[in-house]
Design a protein around this ligand. Structure first.
Ligand SMILES: Nc1ncnc2c1ncn2[C@@H]1O[C@H](COP(=O)(O)OP(=O)(O)O)[C@@H](O)[C@H]1O
Ligand SMILES: [Mg+2]
Length: 512
């Protein structure tokens, strides 16, 4: 018996020791909020002693002792009441300001001291300082917020998808690029953002240890598909996001629209090739001019003496036939030299002011006799307004005739030739278009057709000087020649010239 009491005594003492050595401030309450006991840690922390608080309610303590304000649960539903209803442990986190003015956080866990169906007689309240945890949480949420802002404000599209390919993140730039809002993107699978098979290919590359770092896709150019079904070239990088245990959790990708960059690049390439073309034509021009000058003088003597000889020979002389061949070919050479000189801009244009439409009429009249004319339908689509230009009319006639003959050649005898004149008043430009329904210029020849001696025609038929001469003459007259369009449906050559500004005085003059 005595032993039993001794035992119980010991047990009670032991329990007290445990209670006092708990490292959290701890209280034992009765269901009516009366404080039955407080452990040593509690007193240390709150600078209280037993008599001050034992037997009183927590509410009383709070209202009297201001420095114990952190002891207050006011403003929340009393966890003790909740515990009595639910018979389950309850907790509450409270924020307060300590005596130094700093924010402190406390978590209070209320646990019933009872087992099973027993009525709750005592409640143990353990108080933990969670200030450090709260500070970390706050820091974490601040960082999260910052990351969110960085992601949202990025000019690159950023997107993340879970393992099933469902979109879990889409920033504003990605919304604009793909044409989805982050909200409806939830309903779309990542595979729908790419042409068929591409998403899988990207995943394969991401998982391939031989391509860059595993789980990372180096900058790659792909096409994406927008909501409207438009394919857009983009530059992308992607990464797999792994769980701590190495499982794949999600994939994230960053996209940059390449359309603008590609357009600029294309323009640059075009400008480069134009520069190359004009440099090439300029150096060929110098060469052609040199050759033409060298040949011109001997050729003039050949023609002069040849003609003299023909005059001297009797009409039935056996050599007369041969001589006329010589002279014919010498004339041909003279034509070539003339064209070369025109191309290399070695002939001085004799400028005059005339109506553009008249130029078309005269050029057509000059080739009227050509057999080629036969089955070609000629459409004249001339501007009603009488456009004036100031240029060398003969030279331009030569250009037009050459272009018309090229068109006839391309149509191989039948088709439609359309000659159009118009102007751009604001730009001060006059235009002539020569359109045929021939077979077009193959793309591989486009950069060569203005080269002197480039021809696809059989020997004796083409000299390859028509377009190069036209190029030279147009430049000389401050104009331009270009291939406006060409393809299996035909070719349109565009001539551009500065429009002569009409002065009032001019209206009274008659111009031919
Ligand atoms: N209207 C056209 N349609 C198709 N090809 C053309 C046309 N005009 C020019 N070409 C091509 O450009 C080449 C060069 O033309 P050009 O300088 O006039 O020389 P040529 O007519 O003596 O061949 C032609 O041989 C032909 O292949
Ligand atoms: Mg030609």
């Amino acid at each position: 018996m005595i032993d039993d009491i001794q035992d119980e005594m010991n047990q009670a003492e032991w329990r007290l020791k445990v209670f006092d050595s708990l490292s959290y401030p701890t209280l034992i309450l009765k269901p009516d909020q009366t404080i039955l006991a407080a452990n040593r840690r509690f007193h240390e922390k709150n600078k209280t002693h037993g008599a001050q608080i034992i037997g009183r309610t927590c509410q009383e303590i709070c209202s009297e002792q201001h420095h114990l304000s952190h002891f207050s649960c006011s403003g929340t539903v009393c966890p003790l009441q909740r515990l009595l209803v639910t018979k389950q442990p309850q907790s509450v986190v409270l924020k307060n300001i300590d005596e130094h003015g700093n924010e402190v956080w406390e978590e209070r866990v209320f646990s019933p001291i009872a087992t099973g169906e027993e009525e709750i007689k005592y409640i143990i309240v353990s108080i933990r300082d969670v200030t450090a945890v709260k500070h970390l949480e706050k820091k974490y949420s601040d960082v999260r917020e910052l990351i969110d802002k960085v992601v949202q404000s990025s000019v690159s599209g950023i997107m993340a998808a879970d393992r099933k390919g469902e979109i879990i993140l889409m920033n504003k730039a990605a919304e604009d690029l793909f044409g989805y809002s982050a909200r409806d993107a939830n309903r779309v699978n990542i595979e729908d953002f790419y042409p068929s098979g591409v998403a899988r290919q990207i995943m394969r590359k991401l998982r391939d240890e031989n391509i860059g770092e595993k789980g990372k896709l180096p900058i790659t150019q792909v096409n994406i598909i927008t909501r409207d079904g438009v394919e857009i070239p983009v530059e992308m990088t992607a990464a797999i996001i792994y769980e701590d245990d190495g499982r794949e959790a999600a994939t994230a990708a960053i996209f940059n629209d390449l359309r603008e960059k590609m357009a600029v690049q294309k323009k640059l390439e075009e400008a480069e090739s134009q520069l190359f073309q004009s440099e090439k034509l300029a150096s060929l021009g110098r060469l052609a001019a040199g050759v033409a000058h060298e040949i011109n003088n001997p050729l003039t003597s050949i023609l002069l003496y040849g003609n003299l000889m023909r005059e001297k020979l009797a009409p039935d002389h056996p050599l007369l036939g041969i001589l006329s061949y010589v002279l014919e070919d010498a004339e041909r050479c003279k034509d070539i030299v003339k064209n070369l000189l025109a191309y290399s801009r070695q002939t001085r244009p004799a400028k005059e002011v005339f109506f553009l439409n008249n130029l078309v009429g005269e050029s057509l009249r000059l080739i009227r006799d050509q057999k080629l004319f036969m089955n070609v339908n000629i459409v004249k689509n001339l501007d009603e307004y009488q456009i004036l230009i100031n240029a060398d009319k003969n030279q331009l006639c030569q250009v037009l005739i050459n272009l018309i003959i090229n068109a006839f050649d391309a149509m191989e005898g039948s088709g439609t030739l359309t000659l159009t004149t118009y102007r751009d008043r604001k730009a001060g430009k006059a235009y002539i278009e020569i359109a045929d329904t021939g077979g077009g210029i193959p793309s591989e020849n486009l950069s060569k057709v203005f080269d002197p001696f480039f021809t696809t025609k059989e020997v004796g038929k083409g000299t390859g000087l028509g377009l190069s001469m036209a190029y030279g003459i147009m430049e000389e007259n401050h104009g331009k020649i270009s291939i406006k369009s060409t393809g299996p449906e035909g070719t349109t050559i565009l001539l551009e010239l500065p429009e002569e500004q009409v002065s009032n005085e001019f209206h009274f003059m008659s111009i031919g």
